[in-house]
Design a protein around this ligand. Sequence first.
Ligand code: PGA
Length: 251
Amino acid sequence: MKKLMAANWKMYKLHSEAKDTAEALVKALKGAAPEDREVLIIPPFTALRSVRKAIKKVPGFALGGQNFFPSMQGAYTGEIAPDMLVDMGCSYALAGHSERRHIMGESDEFVGKKVAFGLERGLSMILCVGETIDERKEGKLAEVVRRQMLEGLAGVPADVVPERLTVAYEPVWAIGTGLTAGPREVLDAHALVRSILQEKFGQKAFEMRIQYGGSVKPENASEILSLDNVDGVLVGGSSLSADSFSKIVTA
Ligand code: PGA
């Protein structure tokens, strides 16, 4: 199973900047992803086309969308359909990122609709889950992650191709704060995610990837990636520069 090294560029970069960063990343990685890694760039919608051009023929690279509305098409001003992402060359999309849950108010149920619909429309889905600092302090980590996963995966068919489903464990208190979960915290949370996947999908759970996200940087990437049940990373801030993200990709 290749580790999934994802760059979530959030609401950063004009399309020309995104193109330059993608090209610099390809150059820094000498024209291909490392053999055992898959590199996924998730730029803003307005940069999808430019980034697609920059990475189109690069082995081991893929393009993803940060969000979509779970419908084929329709009168949904400001939204974008999964087929539009596929049309732009995306093979992946995110659902349930904490910024969408907490800033845009997305519910577990709505996130679940996106995961199921995205899979149906041909995208590989990354379901993000994770507890806030208050939930962790109250001892609710397991409860929160279980709820987010069960609702987030509610519409996923049992015969799903396991490689097309990834869960990203991202403790909310570690996103963009410089705080990273320690090895013990990552090990425990990822073991929990694996066990919930196993309850739902049986042996297939071992072919699904679990990413860690939250202040991953070149200095901590190799330790995080060496931990059991860590099959990749989802990187925000440190993915914005080709130099730091290429170091993470090769860590
Ligand atoms: P960060 O963001 O690396 O800036 O903490 C991670 C994420 O939001 O996916």
